[in-house]
Design a protein around this ligand. Structure first.
Ligand SMILES: *[C@@H]1O[C@H](CO)[C@@H](O)[C@H](O)[C@H]1NC(C)=O
Ligand SMILES: *[C@@H]1O[C@H](CO)[C@@H](O)[C@H](O)[C@H]1NC(C)=O
Ligand SMILES: *[C@@H]1O[C@H](CO)[C@@H](O)[C@H](O)[C@H]1NC(C)=O
Ligand SMILES: *[C@@H]1O[C@H](CO)[C@@H](O)[C@H](O)[C@H]1NC(C)=O
Ligand SMILES: *[C@@H]1O[C@H](CO)[C@@H](O)[C@H](O)[C@H]1NC(C)=O
Length: 887
């Protein structure tokens, strides 16, 4: 009797355990050897891992993120590298009917050799590769040699480009300011690894996911998915379970599916044929059971149910036993005519309820994916939820994220807009390319479709816009070729495959897109940015961002943003003192967006005095701070505008139902559009997001000198609120007067005007106020006088023109408290944009970057490691706006 063993593997969202009559897996992860083509370098290297990480860990190169090392380390990805491991296999594994070598992630162009025999090639970072190897394995105790030869991705992309002689596939190269490599669109690899406008060029090479042997005698589970579907007409749930099984001989198998908590079970006898076959089962959820739904963050709970799947032979021998989590929810993308507006709506409905998507865009969390830990992901995703986000767009120039990313999104209620990994380029459509993409799409859709967090697939980032706007200067005579390639790749292949593999959620061909309208226009609309249809991306760095009228009143804002610099404590470990000025070559080097550093100052100068300290280091730090103030205030203004536009149609535009700013996270320490710095520190923008994404929010704006305040509510139920407006002079921390509006109903999921008054009348009725001497703070209050949502503020002039603003003397006392370290702030005057910086102490504040209108304010610092009162007291610096020009 062979002892039974449980072997667990991570498949999609849950641990799945298979029971087999013998052991069948052997991990080949761990310590391998690595060398370059002429063997001048040879070193141990971890798998999963990459060449850059191995060279860094072994001290062969200095930290790739330090100063200009992205340039200094360019040689690495111009060389070819070889990974080698040796291993012995047990007799039992050797004697199995079939043994497979499985590589979960090869980055990227590679040939794989076992004991000197070529077993296959890899050309796509986003695919798993499986090679049968039983005949090649040595006897027990003998050593097997597994070798993976990696070709320079830069060279490979160039070679593919040269082979594509008939016409060019632009862009050939990134802009010079990105200091990147060319032809990344010819290689199925993280597109931003050849550089981006926020990231360095580190064309990685390696085995970035696990490697193992899998041996079996009868059958194995290749893939598994469980997708709940709701039959609307019958008001019933089913779970569509798919098994992809590789069997060696025909077998009659009893398959049992059960969701015990819902008293639902199904047993079917299936014929498993030899080869790899798909088996689809429909489990009807017992109608007498109450199914509890999965809701996005802020809208409800996320209960999961255990699904058990077993397969056994006719004589009762267990063959398979897998288990996963199932969450029930529906999602639709609604594109239908709207009264008083040309065009179509564009919003998501979850469980039948329209949901405003609040969030941002996700980019790779590190240039070296092997260094992205579950803790780092968790910290970023928790930061998103804590800033009241309910959605993230996994952007198409990065990677399909790790399984744990999606399981965390499931648990936290973060909806995922999932792009396929194509961005800002045209792509080839030769057979090799299409075939590898098809396999990539099938594998990724299978891997992710059981996750309720994934609410939409989108085939590419900005490639419709690139053709429509002729970014690549394609001669008119050649345009049909590119349009045809576009449709071939994204429609005839990707869309067709996704429709077949996952009809359970909506599919978009691009972003931005006009959606249904783009499809009517042959998939490339005349203007994919048309605010009457679909989603838009919008950037404008030099227009005054405080003017809401410069923003498109779009149906859905899937990208918008402004750059800022990370804090000094983030830059310090990768720089030296000579770098610490805004005009240093380091500052220029880390900026990958043309004129970006200048644009930040120009935008900031519209409303603020620029730092002018005579102490250069102080001026540098003040400038970093001011770019964050500018970014936070710009993105806040724009987001406030989108949120208050959800219920209105003005000049045919509006019903905005999404605000995903660009971008959540950073890939390295550099200026970018992110709200979280590399390492996890929140920028001022992220603290602002906590407020501007709150479920209930007061928003102000001026329309021809009329001050309006809207109450925005994402709640399920209706509320009744009034606006409370307090008028302050810049010189005093006590309001000069306070106005209250009538109590008004605000239905769940709406934006309603609750206050309207001409600014002139408001000021005239309030002492000696003028636009220059006064500012407004406002909040919402319910009938019982309880505040609903955060307070907000409205400047009546640029802070640089404010009269009476004094330099506040802000002092802080730190003490222990039950929630963390309590910082008691005291200010002698009104202070705008008060910024607490704990330096290199990891953690975050309960609130930051705020307008300090009271003399005292408590703020809690939650450290991410044990931190004493003394440490925080020493590290803490406090800056407010006037500090930067009254030193
Ligand atoms: C071997 O390759 C390294 C890295 O590409 C290069 O710097 C070195 O000059 C080469 N050595 C010889 C002897 O060719
Ligand atoms: C890498 O391999 C390719 C293909 O074999 C070869 O053309 C190229 O010269 C190699 N590069 C180096 C640095 O050896
Ligand atoms: C549905 O659930 C009820 C109560 O748990 C149970 O008695 C019944 O057998 C179930 N029906 C089916 C079809 O499983
Ligand atoms: C700032 O406030 C502290 C504490 O209130 C006080 O001791 C100090 O003298 C003040 N400094 C200035 C420059 O006013
Ligand atoms: C810095 O700028 C402020 C505001 O424009 C001005 O009042 C101050 O005199 C300037 N200081 C220096 C040292 O130039």
């Amino acid at each position: 009797m062979i002892p039974r063993m449980f072997i667990c593997l991570l498949v999609s969202l849950a641990t799945i355990c298979d029971v087999w009559s013998e052991p069948f897996r052997q991990s080949l992860d761990g310590r391998w050897r690595l060398w370059n083509s002429n063997r001048s370098l040879a070193l141990p290297a971890r798998v999963p891992g990459c060449v850059h990480s191995a060279l860094t860990q072994r001290g062969f190169i200095q930290d790739p993120y330090f100063r200009f090392n992205d340039l200094a380390h360019q040689w690495i990805s111009l060389d070819n590298w070889t990974y080698v491991t040796t291993f012995a296999v047990s007799d039992r594994l050797r004697s199995a009917q079939k043994v497979l070598l499985i590589l979960d992630g090869v980055d990227t162009a590679a040939s794989v050799w076992l004991n000197g025999v070529l077993v296959g090639h890899a050309d796509n970072m986003f695919r798993q590769y499986v090679f049968p190897v039983r005949e090649l394995l040595e006897e027990e105790e003998e050593e097997n040699v597994l070798r993976v030869d990696l070709l320079s991705p830069v060279l490979y992309a160039n070679e593919r480009r040269k082979a594509h002689w008939a016409y060019r596939v632009p862009p050939e190269c990134p802009p010079d300011v990105q200091k990147g490599q060319c032809h990344v669109n010819f290689i199925r690899k993280e597109q931003s690894s050849f550089s981006w406008d926020w990231g360095p060029s580190f064309p990685t090479m390696g085995l970035w996911k696990g490697v193992r042997l899998e041996a079996f005698d009868a059958m194995r589970l290749v893939r598994f998915s469980a997708v709940p579907l709701r039959n609307a007409s019958l008001s019933r749930w089913t779970v569509r379970v798919e098994l992809l099984v590789e069997a060696l001989r025909p077998a009659r198998v009893d398959v049992t599916l059960a969701v015990p908590e819902l008293s639902s079970q199904l047993t079917v006898t299936s014929q498993f044929l030899p080869g790899t076959t798909r088996h689809v089962f429909t489990l009807h959820v017992n109608t007498s059971s109450q199914v509890r739904l999965w809701w996005p963050s802020g809208l409800g709970e996320r209960p999961s149910y255990r699904l058990l799947v077993t397969a056994s032979s006719q004589d009762g021998l267990p063959l398979l036993h897998t288990e996963s989590k199932v969450y029930f929810r529906t999602v639709d993308l609604v594109q239908e005519p709207i009264a008083d507006s040309p065009g179509l709506s564009f919003y998501f409905r979850v469980n039948g309820r329209p949901v405003f998507l609040k969030g941002s865009n996700w980019i790779p969390a590190h240039a070296f994916q092997d260094q992205v830990t579950p803790d780092a992901l968790k910290n970023l995703l928790q930061s998103a939820v804590d800033a009241n986000m309910n959605a993230l767009r996994v952007w198409g120039g990065g990677v399909y994220e790790q399984d744990v990313f999606y399981s965390m999104c499931d648990e936290m209620g973060l909806m995922v807009w999932q792009d396929f990994m194509f961005a800002c380029a045209t792509y080839p459509t030769d057979d090799d390319f299409i075939n590898t993409v098809r396999e990539e799409v099938i594998q990724q859709v299978w891997r992710l479709k059981s996750h309720p967090s994934v609410i939409v697939w989108s085939a590419n980032n900005e490639n419709e816009a690139a053709l429509a706007g002729d970014w690549f200067h394609i001669p008119p005579s050649q345009r049909p070729t590119y349009l045809k390639d576009y449709v071939t790749l994204y429609v005839d292949n990707i869309r067709a495959l996704v429709k077949e593999e996952d009809p359970s959620r909506p599919f978009l061909v691009s972003s931005p897109t006009n959606g249904a309208k783009s499809e009517q226009e042959g998939y490339v609309a005349g203007d994919p940015y048309d605010p009457h249809y679909g989603d838009t991306h919008f950037y404008s760095y030099l227009h005054d961002c405080w003017h809401w009228s410069t923003f498109p009143r779009t149906r859905f804002a899937s990208e918008y943003g402004f750059q800022s610099w990370p804090s000094f404590s983030t830059l310090q470990p990768v720089s030296v003192p000579e770098d610490w000025s805004y005009s240093s070559s380091f500052s220029a080097h880390r900026q990958h967006h043309q004129d970006g550093n200048q644009q930040m100052l120009q935008q900031a100068a519209i409303h603020f005095h620029l730092p002018n300290s005579t102490d250069p280091l102080r001026r540098f730090k003040d400038t970093l701070y001011l770019t964050q103030v500018m970014q936070a205030q710009c993105v806040k203004t724009q987001t406030d505008f989108y949120r208050r536009s959800r219920s209105e149609i003005i000049d045919g535009k509006g019903h905005t139902m999404g605000a995903l700013y660009w971008q959540l996270n950073d890939v390295w320490q550099a200026p970018s559009w992110s709200s979280i710095e590399f390492g996890g520190k929140w920028k001022m923008l992220h603290y602002f997001a906590q407020d501007f994404f709150a479920d209930v929010l007061p928003v102000s704006f001026e329309d021809s000198d009329m001050l309006l305040i809207y109450a925005v509510s994402d709640l399920s139920g209706d509320i009744k609120v009034r606006a409370v407006v307090s008028v302050y002079t810049w010189s005093d921390a006590d309001p000069v007067c306070t106005l209250k509006s009538q109590l008004l109903p605000v239905p769940g999921g709406s934006a309603v005007p609750v206050f309207k008054q001409p600014v002139a009348a408001l000021l005239a009725g309030c002492g000696h106020c003028t636009r220059l001497t006064c500012l407004l703070s406002f909040r919402l209050e319910d009938g019982g006088g309880r505040q609903q949502g955060p307070s907000n503020h409205h400047f009546l002039c640029s802070p640089k023109d404010a009269q009476g603003l004094r330099r506040p003397n802000i002092t802080a006392k730190v003490q222990e408290s039950s929630e963390g370290l309590l910082v008691r702030l005291h200010s002698s005057a009104i202070a705008p944009f008060v910024w607490l910086d704990a330096g290199s102490l990891p953690g975050r504040f309960s609130s930051n970057g705020f307008l300090m209108l009271s003399r005292d304010k408590p703020v809690v610092f939650q450290p991410w490691r044990p931190t004493s009162v003394a440490e925080l007291t020493t590290s803490l610096t406090i800056t407010s706006l006037s500090d930067v020009y009254w030193p």
